[in-house]
Design a protein around this ligand. Structure first.
Ligand SMILES: [Zn+2]
Length: 270
């Protein structure tokens, strides 16, 4: 978060991405990037890779929304994205550091998706941001779609993953993670089962609540088993109040432990 607001195409996101690459390499992951343009904006997905076997993708978006359009007082201001952006990234980076590589029986990708959070915004909304490339002329008012980065990953897979686990908005200090309607049911039961074993039943509630369009969607659309681990009961969503005081290390740890346990034990054979 110290890099500042981090929308797709911004200078701060470039620096954030460089930091992610550095941390992945430090922890022994092979790093690949996917760079492409979307409507003249440079987009970069970052993927840390390790291991061999069936492919499992653990993903999170690392961009933040350029407009706090749910903020009643400052709807045109950008947001810092402590939960919506940074929380999933924090857990993935900690998994990069702490996953026991001797236990892995799969090829693991830690995928940092760019440009998830510009959905329904447009090039004019992006003008509040210090961009990598100078914007010229009249801005385009055509709305962006969601999950531009994840769509690109899903479109360029070398093999079909056996599972995709997306982490988004999982850091709320008041954590309540419910089943999401579109996610793979078996994967949900496995992860919530692990959460119960770890004593997290209070925070991982095995009941359906939200139906999300998120970075798991492009994978589901390609018949890939995918799940969105998300706590959408977050009053600061897409507001300027999405700041570090609203998230907690304990919440991040619970999600990290569940995913760690699943990857090291259950995410084995399909
Ligand atoms: Zn968002």
């Amino acid at each position: 978060m110290k890099f500042g607001i981090r929308p797709a195409g911004s200078k701060a996101l470039r620096v954030t991405g460089d930091y992610i690459i550095q941390e992945l390499k430090k922890s022994g992951w092979q790093v690949e990037t996917q760079e492409f343009d979307y409507r003249g904006i440079p987009i970069r997905n970052i993927i840390g890779k390790f291991g061999a076997g069936d492919l499992i993708i653990l993903g999170a978006h690392y961009d933040t929304r350029p407009r706090a359009d749910q903020d009643k007082e400052n709807p045109t201001a950008p947001l810092l994205g402590a939960n919506d952006g940074a929380s999933g990234v924090a857990v993935l980076l900690e998994l990069a550091r702490t996953l026991d590589k001797t236990k892995l029986k799969n090829e693991i990708w830690l995928a940092f998706f760019d440009a998830e959070d510009n959905g329904d915004l447009n090039a004019c909304d992006l003008r509040v941001v210090e961009m990598q490339t100078a914007t010229t002329g009249v801005c385009d008012t055509t709305p962006w779609t969601w999950s531009i980065g994840a769509i690109h990953v899903a479109d360029n897979l070398p093999t079909k993953p056996v599972a995709v686990i997306v982490l988004d908005m999982i850091g709320d200090a008041d954590q309540n993670i419910y089943y999401e309607y579109n996610s793979d049911k078996q994967l949900q039961q496995e992860l919530w089962g692990i959460a119960a074993q770890l004593g997290y039943r209070q925070w991982f509630i095995p009941q359906f609540r939200w139906s999300m369009t998120d970075d798991h969607t492009p994978f589901l659309q390609r018949q890939i088993r995918a799940i969105d681990l998300i706590d959408f009961d977050y009053p600061y969503w897409h507001t300027t109040q999405d700041t570090a005081d609203k998230v907690s290390a304990e919440s991040l740890e619970r999600v990290g432990r569940v995913v760690e346990t699943w990857v090291e034990n259950e995410g084995v054979t399909r």
